[in-house]
Ligand binder design. Structure first.
Ligand SMILES: [Fe+2]
Length: 189
C-alpha cells in the first residue's frame, strides 16, 4: 500500500483505495441497468446504447484520482480527501473528451453526481438542467452501490435498498426513478 494511504484514517482509506475488479463490476451493473431504464423511458435506441457506454465509463476519473493520491500531487493529505473524490466526474470527462465519444456520453459522465434538487456536483445543476443520461446514471449508480458487497459491509437486500433510495428521492428525477423501479421489479419477476 502507498505510504501516504497508510497515514490516512480507516474511513478515508475505504474511499481512497481503488479496487479495479470491483470498479469494473460496478461499471457493468450500472451499464446494463442504465440501458434498461433508458429503454423503459422510451429513449431512442442510439441513446440507450450510448448510455450503456457511459455506464461502463462513468467512474473512470477515479483512475486519475488514484494517480493524484499516489504522488502526482505534492502533499495530498493537506487537501480534504472528499474534495478529491468529488473531482472524479470532471476528471473522467476531461480524460474522455477528444477521444471520439459522443456529447451524450460525455455529458452523462460529467454530471452523474448532480442531484435533482441541485445539491450535487460538480455544477449544482438542478432538475431538467441535468442531462437525461446523467439523471439515469445517478439512480442506477446509487442502486448498484447499495446492492453490492463492500469490504466493510454486505450488499443491502432489495427492500432495504428501495427504502434507502426513497429516503434520498430528492436526488432523483421522479420519472426516472419510477422507470427504474419498473425495470428492477420486472427483472425480479
Ligand atoms: Fe461516480
Amino acid at each position: 500500500m502507498n505510504a501516504a494511504l497508510k497515514t490516512t484514517s480507516g474511513s478515508e482509506k475505504r474511499i481512497l483505495e481503488f479496487d479495479l475488479s470491483a470498479e469494473l463490476h460496478h461499471g457493468v451493473v450500472v451499464s446494463n441497468l442504465a440501458y434498461a431504464v433508458a429503454e423503459e423511458l422510451g429513449l431512442p435506441h442510439d441513446q440507450c446504447y450510448q448510455l450503456a457506454i457511459a455506464g461502463m465509463l462513468h467512474d473512470i476519473g477515479k483512475l486519475k484520482l488514484t494517480g493524484y493520491i499516489n504522488g502526482q500531487e505534492r502533499d495530498p493529505l493537506v487537501i480534504e480527501e472528499l474534495k478529491y473524490v468529488r473531482m472524479h466526474s470532471t476528471l473522467g470527462y476531461e480524460e474522455l473528451k477528444g477521444q471520439g465519444y459522443s456529447d451524450f456520453v460525455l455529458q452523462s459522465i460529467l454530471y452523474h453526481h448532480e442531484n435533482y434538487d441541485g445539491s450535487g456536483y460538480p455544477s449544482n445543476k438542478a432538475g431538467k438542467e441535468i442531462p437525461i443520461g446523467a439523471r439515469i446514471l445517478r439512480v442506477c449508480d446509487v442502486y448498484a452501490a447499495l446492492t453490492s458487497d463492500r469490504p466493510y459491509r454486505k450488499g443491502f437486500d432489495m427492500g432495504t435498498v428501495m427504502e434507502l433510495m426513497i429516503d434520498e428521492v430528492k436526488n432523483f428525477d421522479m420519472q426516472v426513478f419510477l422507470a427504474f423501479q419498473r425495470v428492477v421489479h420486472k427483472e425480479k419477476a
